[in-house]
Ligand binder design. Structure first.
Ligand code: HEC
Ligand code: HEC
Ligand code: HEC
Ligand code: HEC
Length: 226
């Protein structure tokens, strides 16, 4: 009798275990939920970026980077390694100086770079589909909400990192005809995403004012390792 109960118990428990394991395998917890226990997201271990004092840029933060940032610390590419110290990205200047804007007249909106930190696609950027913030990110919105902003590398993974169905975003981007921009071919790795964001503006700004000095060629930003 006791043996019978024991067998039933073992069979039931075994069945429950299989169900739990199956469930975990079929519906992975998204990386941005509090119960996420998967592998660390890309660009954190080792950090892909540090500020000029050596402090790593975290996966997300509610503090704007106050010191210039040295990117590509984890680049496995010998020819295009980490940033030169002289090419550190000054977040402060890029958000508060008109000289660092695309047309020299309008300050660059936070969401021009942090495109997922808004509730929906702005006019002219209907090709954007992914949104993760209830209100449009501004310096003020950050101050009052204290809602963290994600590093680009949470989504735009390195080419050398094994791809998932979600990251790096696998899609091609078709820009509106009037922009004259060619289709951006996915997957949208860190190289594609940052280069598109940083370099497009630098090229346009340089055309507008040849006296400006935004970095535009590979060696302006990356160190060549020997
Ligand atoms: C020119 C592009 C650009 C603009 C404009 C910009 N940012 Fe950023 N921001 C970045 C980049 C690049 C990083 C570094 C993220 C990374 O590691 O990939 C960053 C980092 C941050 C972080 C820290 C995130 C972390 O993971 O530590 C916060 C907070 C932030 N920005 C807020 C803002 C706010 C608020 C504005 C508008 C006032 C703004 N940003 C405008 C490009 C920009
Ligand atoms: C939460 C995930 C996520 C974060 C964080 C993120 N991206 Fe993206 N990015 C995407 C996805 C997904 C797409 C494809 C378009 C879409 O679905 O909205 C994309 C598309 C892009 C594109 C191509 C579209 C365009 O506007 O030209 C660029 C460039 C880009 N990202 C740069 C960045 C930069 C720079 C940062 C950080 C300042 C960043 N992304 C942060 C997910 C993200
Ligand atoms: C919306 C336009 C815009 C975007 C986006 C942008 N930049 Fe710039 N950046 C500029 C302009 C304009 C200058 C030239 C300023 C000058 O010569 O006074 C500049 C200058 C720089 C400089 C030279 C030092 C300095 O601060 O003046 C570096 C380094 C730089 N940018 C890195 C980056 C990186 C890295 C990214 C992408 C994460 C980026 N920028 C995105 C407009 C932009
Ligand atoms: C405005 C500065 C800038 C210039 C100029 C630039 N890059 Fe980059 N590059 C970046 C940034 C920012 C990243 C992303 C770094 C990160 O993920 O931390 C990057 C990433 C890369 C990577 C990917 C490294 C990895 O993580 O696997 C390669 C390769 C690369 N760049 C090559 C080039 C080449 C080739 C050129 C010239 C055609 C060039 N870069 C010009 C800013 C620049």
């Amino acid at each position: 009798m006791k043996l019978k109960i024991l067998i039933i118990l073992i069979v039931t428990l075994g069945y429950m275990m299989v169900t739990i394991v199956n469930k975990a395998a079929s519906s992975p917890v998204p990386y941005n939920t509090p119960t996420y226990t998967g592998a660390p997201i890309d660009g954190q271990n080792p950090p892909h970026a540090v500020d000029i004092d050596g402090k790593p840029i975290p996966e997300s933060s509610a503090e704007q980077p106050s010191k210039p940032i040295i990117f590509a610390k984890d680049s496995p590419n010998k020819s295009y390694g980490e940033f030169k110290r002289t090419a550190a990205f000054d977040h402060n200047k890029h958000t508060t100086s008109l000289t660092h804007s695309i047309d020299g007249k309008t300050l660059t909106a936070c969401v021009e770079c942090h495109h997922t930190e808004q509730p929906s696609a702005p006019k002219g950027q209907e090709y954007l589909k992914r949104f993760e913030r209830k209100e449009v990110l501004t310096a003020q919105q950050l101050e009052t909400s204290k809602e963290p902003v994600k590093s680009c590398r949470v989504c735009h993974w390195q080419d050398s990192t094994p791809k998932t169905a979600e990251f790096p975003p696998p899609m091609d981007i078709t820009y509106p005809k009037e922009t004259g921009k060619a289709v951006l071919k996915g997957p949208l790795t860190n190289m594609i995403a940052y280069h598109t964001n940083c370099l497009e503006c630098h090229r346009v700004a340089k055309k507008r004012d040849p006296k400006l000095k935004p970095p535009t060629v590979c060696g302006d930003c990356h160190v060549k390792k020997t």
